[in-house]
Design a protein around this ligand. Sequence first.
Ligand SMILES: [Zn+2]
Length: 116
Amino acid sequence: MHELAITESVIKVAVGAAAGRRIHAIHLAIGVLSSIVDDSVQFYFDILSRDSLAAGATLHFRRIPASAQCQTCGHQCSIEPPLPPACPACASVALRISGGMEFHVESIDVEDDVGS
Ligand SMILES: [Zn+2]
């Protein structure tokens, strides 16, 4: 249940960045290998944000792909789970996986300073 701690930090970051303004939406970037479940984040968000400026904000999730580079032939490709067991080009198992583990708040939408 690491989504709980993650969601807490998302709200903290968003509320801090909003500087007192009400938050309409939060855009999150999640690596495909990070094993974070969107629904769980949304679930905790609804509970934890209740008494904050982020209450009722919409969460948007963007998946960031991971990439694998073969250490044998240099073949590089973008991957999504399940991870390939071997290089699709030469069948070597010496794959280096990078990216796909990130999780961060990309941007937030807040109410306008001047009412519109
Ligand atoms: Zn290869």
